[in-house]
Design a protein around this ligand. Sequence first.
Ligand code: PMP
Length: 430
Amino acid sequence: MKQQEEWLAFERQHVWHPYASMINPAQVYPVMRAAGVELEFEDGRSVIDGMSSWWSAIHGYNVPELNRAAEQQLQQMAHVMFGGLTHRPAADLASKLLEIAPENMAHIFFADSGSVSVEVAIKMALQYWQAKGSPEKQRLLTIRNGYHGDTFGAMSVCDPESGMHHLFSGVLAQQLFAEAPTAGSDAQWDVAQLASLQSRIRTHHHELAAVILEPIVQGAGGMRFYAPEFLRQVRRLCDEYDLLLILDEIATGFGRTGTMFASEQAGVHPDIMCVGKALTGGYMSLAATLCSAKVCEGIHSDGSGVLMHGPTFMANPLACAVANASLDLLLASPWQQRVAAIEAQLEAELAGCRELPGVADVRIKGAIGVIEMQDAVDVPSVQVSLIERGVWLRPFGKLIYTMPPFVISSAQLSRVTAAMTSACTLFDSK
Ligand code: PMP
């Protein structure tokens, strides 16, 4: 077996990390194991994971119920193709998801990652209008600061400035972008914030297939929160102009914002909805695209329609079995109280950061705590300081934020907020 220095040097030379340079790679920290809410590095140090492995490990790590589900499923089969075959883990998961999803959701496509589930959602919308005899309806409308994934369809609806549009201009589908609302809550809502989206719908509805949004919380495009009223108004406009509404609940789903799905806070039903990330409790990659009976009937309305998608690992039984166990565990837990307690503690312990020099904003929603600095954060040095305080976070842009596992204890969360607070101070003194 290779010595640690050897394999680390090898991987540094040959293995790409997310959004990273291969010739000048940023520092990465080797993790040996993880349990509870802690990651244990190869050098023996432990850190509290305030990121839940990119917002997915809601139950923490090495969870007995999820381990058992994976082990039991392994004894049956790790995988079989979904073309022409089916299996109980997928049927059970579909039934559990439809039970908790908005009541008009009726059909499910199991995809292998969040980005792919967004591609499938876009295909559903385009195929819907094609089958209904309106093939010219093939553009999408969204708001700025959004993020929906890294594949080409998904990238085309990410924020055109902070996203990757500049790298792929001429290749990405030309979608429409409206201004994002600035009100973070219904109390601050002003109807003027709808004007940009409304005018684009009025002008372009004849060529629009759907509006796509992250409901209430915009994640990787800026960790911004918007008023439920905005979502209600978008639903109203989609109904008025006969557009489909796609809600991307990949980051917000499964309790993160305080409700099972963020759309519940607006009382809005999507036509198509994507889930992923926490679906398997962060154990492995699985996502799903759900749609209403109306969308399904539309796709088949020309008599010949089949949905043109079918990845090799569609509905992977191992992932479905773990997702079933994860949903059972979530539903049996006091998750609402846990998320509410995390929200209250984040508010109490991060509020003081609003007064610190260099801090532009502090915002909290459910189990999400965000400190927005006035300038871009120097990620490597902030990360060193966080790790010294026993905390793992991955700041980006001007943001130092946490989305901890729901099972984090109050003492552990205090360590996270203390590390975030000291990271702001460090940043300012530079
Ligand atoms: N949509 C949203 C809202 C996301 O936050 C993400 C991932 N950060 C994705 C889509 C893409 O998911 P994945 O990384 O699993 O492809």
